[in-house]
Design a protein around this ligand. Sequence first.
Ligand code: NAP
Length: 505
Amino acid sequence: MEPATIVLFGATGDLAKRKIYPALYNMFLDGKLPQPFSLFGLGRREWTDESFQANIEKSIKQFSRRAPVDPESIKSFISAFRYRVLDVGCEEDYRKLLEQVEKREMELGIPQNRLFYLSVGPELFETIALQILGSGLGTVKGWKRLVIEKPFGHDLDSARLLNQTLSQAFTEQEIYRIDHYLGKPIVQRLESLQQAHPVFHDLWMDRKIANVQITANESVGVEERAGYYDRAGAIKDMFQNHMLQLLMMTAVYIPKESTSGKGSSKKTKVMEALKPLQKETVRNHVVRGQYSEGSIKGNAVAGYKAEPGIAPESMNDTFIAARLQIDNDDWQGVPFYIRTGKRLKEKSTRIVVEFQDAMEPASQESLAPNLLVFELSPEETITLQLHSSKPGRSETFQPIELDLGTNPMNSPEAYENLIWDALRGDPTFFAHWNEVELSWLWVTPILEAFAENKVPLLPYEAGSYGPAEADALLEADGFHWWFDDKQHLTSDRKGRTSYAYHTND
Ligand code: NAP
């Protein structure tokens, strides 16, 4: 990895505190930072280098996955950090920043490799990109890269406009759009699992899959993000980006030695093959809901409309479930079901691949299907649930579970993987423009149908698994969501409690 300077916009913000500094610290301990390394933190607050470094130390002590924090290593780590006051609209601030970055590069004897990280609200993205261009900060003898947080636009037109503006300052190869789900180790292993295991390769390629289910349930409500969330809803906050990226990652077969181009073009092909919905018939494929009051883990919680900052007449969606179809040779006839929402019974993110049953229908009654399960949170595990005959009773089957790997405790978090990739110039696990554009294009009829109230907004009780209509989406095809506690495994194992196992040690 070549020496480089990170220029961090939003250095005083919440994301930097919770995710970026702890990630950089752990990368430092793992020898994954450039040597030498330099970071300029920017914000309007009148901080000094010293107060900035003290804040970083505090955030690491609070949020680092490694504890306790070693005083010597942290001292050495924070010495690379400098703080500058900068208002994103002020040209003069950029001119001064350029002088200081150049001076520091000279002092350290490092090339002009600059990674601009935009950890600020999306309304500032365009201004910053144009100021980087205009000030000369982006005119480098080495490389320059832009790391940008979500959301990338709020609809197709705004995303296109944003991209046009960013392209004035950065090429597509220089833009790293963060979708932190793509930084999760299990998501990154989807690729190697398909390649390394002939069993999975064949299962994937020979279309032995009955359906795929992708769930991202949250038990939290809108928290402090009411203003943003009430405009975005589950569809823009989760579905258009994270959920469709997980679908792409599940549906592609990324070739070994994947370069970004190959991985991205495979993902793009998945999005291109996603059967478009028509506004008039969206309601046949999509369920939208909004939570009403209820209880989670024994605690009473308010309904969405009673949350602070939410209008009592809000028609915003806090839940979405959809049936999607990928119209290509690999996935013809295999439905993908996606659901995500807030104030659901439990926090869980998982991908379940349900395989077709090889048994005769008459013998299926007592069987649970073969399932490949990727748990992304709260634990990170991969398991395969297979039929096996019961010992001594060869005509009777029961499911057995094979643990295919667990992400060990204290392994790198998503932000560590992603920042490391950006510093190394590997864009594989980022959202590329054509994927983002196609995702917005695909959800547009849904957004229009929602805006015109063509899809009913169904209330669901906080602490449930969402509206019953989300179950009906699958039941119409003869399936059901796996691992909700209301489900019906027809074996000795009944649902998630007995299914859950802990291999984190
Ligand atoms: P935040 O706590 O509100 O921080 C915003 C930052 O922007 C602060 O450092 C603030 O610094 C700076 N800022 C605001 N206006 C500025 C201006 N005119 N000039 C210079 N700096 C300015 O927000 P956050 O929670 O850290 O979120 C940052 C970004 O990450 C957002 O785009 C958010 O959507 C995204 N995000 C993504 C995820 C994810 O899942 N990947 C999660 C959380 C957040 P001063 O106050 O010092 O000016």
